[in-house]
Design a protein. Sequence first.
Length: 602
Amino acid sequence: MILPLSLSAISIKTCALTVGRVAKRFYYQGPYFKMGSSFSRSYSPNAGNKGAPERACGTISRMESSNNYIESVVCNENDLKENEMKVFELGEEGRVLLVKQKGEFSAVGTKCTHYGAPLVSGALGNGRVRCPWHGACFNIKTGDIEDFPGFDSLPCYQVTVSEKGEVKVRAKISDLKSNKRIKEMGMAPTCDGAVVVIVGGGPSGATCAETLRSEGFQGRITLVAKEPYLPYDRIKVSKIGTVPNIESLQVRSQEYYQNANIEILKNTEATKVEPQDRLVHLSDGTKLRYSALYLATGSAPRKPADIPGIDLQNVFTVRNFADASNILNTLGSGKDKDVVVLGLSFIGLEAASSCNEKAKSMTVVGKDFAPLGQIFGKEIGEALKKLFEEKGVKFHFETTVTKCNGENGVIKSVELDNGTTLPADLLILGVGTTFYTDFLKDSGITLLPNGAVNVNEKLETNMKNIYAGGDIAYAPVFAHGNKQMSIGHVGLAQYHGRVAALNILKKETQLKTVPYFWTALFGKSIRYAGCGKPASTLVDGDLEALKFVIFFFDETEKVIAVASCMRDPVVSRFAELLYQGKSLFKKDLKDDLYAWSKNING
């Protein structure tokens, strides 16, 4: 069956139900007050008449009770310096983050909507604040999320300044308590015939769908999801020991997608794309016709086929919720299982860290010379090795598994190429990924030999109206001189989803990618922004105590990346510096290692 460009019967029914219904539209532009005015007023910069307070964020409409709001003077205008942000109490109801920039005040929520990091400790850039933990960015005027990870925006509040210089903030009480805002989806979609098909139910596809709706797309959106779940927080999957139930991981409810008229086909895969006919073939035999197509199918965990016994029971990869659940169920609660992890990068180490307390023994094996050695270098690698060994984890470096031995079809031990045999009731594999792009091989879409999809600075492929993002995209990286790379990380995947949606809507948007990575191991969080192979490094701090900053330089002594542990927000500040297109060199660090970080909001 081929679904036409016009809406399906289901969508037509949904569209018909909206007839006669008054669509709600709210304005979330963050109000601010420009210094130097001779009278007090608040206004929304994007609301047309700047002098009119009507519908400014946080004001009370005629249909709402003043009991839902709180208004209070929080400080004097001179209590904040230019380019400063502070948290203030708003009565007993909550707190707001007040920002002063370019002579104007803005007030937004205090915590990153991703995992709750205090934004006052983040990096204030030009018109936005970046989370100190994971790099998500929020517009200080609107509260909108502009870079990721995370799905929700910040609430924003009305600010006024009196003739006496008193700064007053007015806020909705429910916003203060929730500290987050789901962007309004705008007017109810109409039957305009346009269809966007999104292949991939991960964070990139979900972000693309939400952005399309919140930016005004009124056609049909169909998201094809391989897994039997709604889009969920994949970050927690590799932290196996802390994975809760799927309901708590899902980023949105079924009701949310229904209200937004986003159609999700779960447990379904794309099997073929025909660009000439604008068709996507699905595993259930259905064919979807599209106006625009976004491909965000992600990666498949690699399972080395050349290892005898690799298909025994209790050999696991770590990619999705089912993988994490299966590992936890096999571990049980008896701490009677010997666990071997193959892989010394993010996935392997996070799996070992999170499962260690549930295991009888934990051994990590890999070809690297140290944990994360190829990524972070020898210094961090040695410090991480010590951290893991203090927790009882054993290592075998510069080696790999050559054979899995089993009994009754279940793994019992592994043999290494250094001659060692290790007991193994579970083997967890973290040895890389391959791309879910085999279904594109006969499509005419340009693929690299490894299966990555070649895209331009707008994420468009060589085929008109077909875009690709996330892991599979071989895309320009702004922070790396716009050289093309494939980067597998959830924050970037979401950013790709947003950029693809804007370009599908012909809101011309070029990538400004700044890679931002992090890992959490035994309670220690390491952050890293930038990319490229370093020629040298400079370390500031105590590596043994895992409290440090490392600058990575290329051959020209340009800083290409910064990593840190327990030294926030230096990595977020460096990420913001890169986003602004600025460069940092070793000579710039000579007198003051961090002088550059004080000049990222001009």
